[in-house]
Design a protein around this ligand. Structure first.
Ligand code: SF4
Length: 397
């Protein structure tokens, strides 16, 4: 398949925010922080003539510093945290006397969450209440005691830091202003918008060094977080940590090949000691699965990503004419995981420190206050309004 240019179910086209972001960076009135999604680092190079699948993490970090961000963080820290919360939630639901909230559906794709809220509100109890990595990371950066150790600009009494996310996704803009999560961050821009910002500032991306490094804490991550970018990655990451929590990790493989790839069919795997899981690569695949009689009893957890290929096929990623672009980006994602010194989310030392110092444990009261959300049935009028505003705004894009 090829990259789509718009989100299938979310905000549809991107409302440009990059002018606002540059304006705020130029004004420099408060501390500024940015977090970058795993799908951005493996595709941003394409905007500068590099081959699909080129990993540009170091150059991208240098570019963000030149744009004026004070702190460059990694959404992957939020992804590891999402896994801690979601894996704990899954085991809690498995232990509950009633199966009515099983299978658990992943909720980190706002395109999928929007679709459920509008079309199948009966499924809402199945959605994980864990926020997406973007929202968890934003909430931590703005409002946690953990982030306040970073310095004066983060301390209570100061104005909150200005927080931006760079995402492969147009629907992430809508997610950032969702009821219950609005305020976790200030602006979400797409991978393509970041490229426009870099070009607008005349930064020679090619010539930047490769050694840029994320700031700590809130910048450390594992290979499990990186594979969030690919269809099947969220589930594989969750299996790695849920197996540890359930005490069955020793007998299981680390990699789950049946959960990988861009197939349009439902991908499944039987996880010994846990149960059977499923991956839906695109909303159409989820619709087909939901039409079967057996999905409620057959699976313990189902991942749905709205974009074909997952986030690396997102509507905010560079457009490509290469028919193999998704496969090439996917190889880049799994190669980062393979080379990572830590490949399970619970092994992230900063995530461990966050629980030890502030949140106590996954799914604790403190964790719920910062890291979880709720969902509600809604009609599509708000999305239609956004679509209209997008059309108006695009003249400026
Ligand atoms: Fe956004 Fe990823 Fe979902 Fe696509 S799959 S809508 S890029 S979160």
């Amino acid at each position: 398949g090829q990259c789509t240019s718009a989100c299938p179910v979310g905000a549809l086209v991107e409302t440009p925010h990059w002018h606002d972001v540059l304006h705020t960076l130029d004004g420099r009135r408060r501390v500024t922080a940015v977090q970058v999604a795993p799908a951005t680092r493996i595709a941003i190079g394409e905007e500068f003539g590099m081959a699909p699948g080129t990993v540009s993490t170091g150059k991208m970090i240098h570019a963000l510093r030149r744009l004026g961000f004070d702190y460059i963080f990694d959404s992957n820290f939020g992804a590891d945290l999402t896994i801690m919360e979601e894996a704990t939630e899954l085991l809690g639901r498995l232990a509950a006397p009633s199966r009515h909230r099983l299978p658990l559906f992943t909720s980190c794709c706002p395109g999928w969450v929007n679709w459920v809220e509008i079309n199948r509100p009966d499924l809402l109890p199945h959605l994980s209440t864990a926020k997406s990595p973007q929202q968890m990371h934003g909430a931590l950066t703005k409002r946690s005691a953990f982030a306040r150790t970073l310095g004066p600009g983060f301390s209570s009494g100061c104005e909150e830091p200005y927080v931006v996310s760079v995402m492969p996704c147009t629907a992430k803009k809508d997610e950032a202003v969702r009821p219950g999560m609005a305020g976790d961050l200030d602006h979400a821009v797409t991978t393509r918008e970041l490229a426009r910002m870099i070009k607008a500032r005349g930064i020679a991306f090619h010539a930047l060094p490769d050694d840029g490094a994320f700031d700590q804490p809130l910048g450390a991550s594992t290979g499990a977080a990186q594979i969030f970018a690919a269809s099947g990655g969220v589930m594989e990451a969750m299996v790695r940590t849920a197996a540890h929590f359930a005490g069955v990790e020793e007998s299981l493989p680390l990699e789950w090949q049946p959960l990988r790839g861009v197939t349009q069919g439902v991908k499944t795997a039987q996880i010994p000691g846990l149960g059977k899981v499923a991956i839906c690569n695109g909303i159409a695949t989820a619709q087909r699965l939901l039409e079967t009689e057996t999905w409620r009893d057959e699976f313990i957890a189902i991942e749905v990503m709205a974009c074909v290929g997952g986030c690396l096929g997102g509507g905010g990623e560079p457009k490509s004419m290469d028919p193999q672009v998704l496969e090439k980006r996917m190889q880049a994602v799994y190669s980062i995981d393979k080379q990572a010194p830590r490949r399970r989310s619970y092994e992230n030392p900063d995530v461990q420190a966050l629980y030890a110092e502030e949140l106590e444990a996954p799914n604790s009261v403190q964790a719920h206050a910062l890291l979880h959300t709720s969902y509600a049935a809604r009609n599509s009028s708000r999305l239609l309004l956004m679509r209209f505003l997008d059309c108006v705004d695009r003249r400026d894009g």
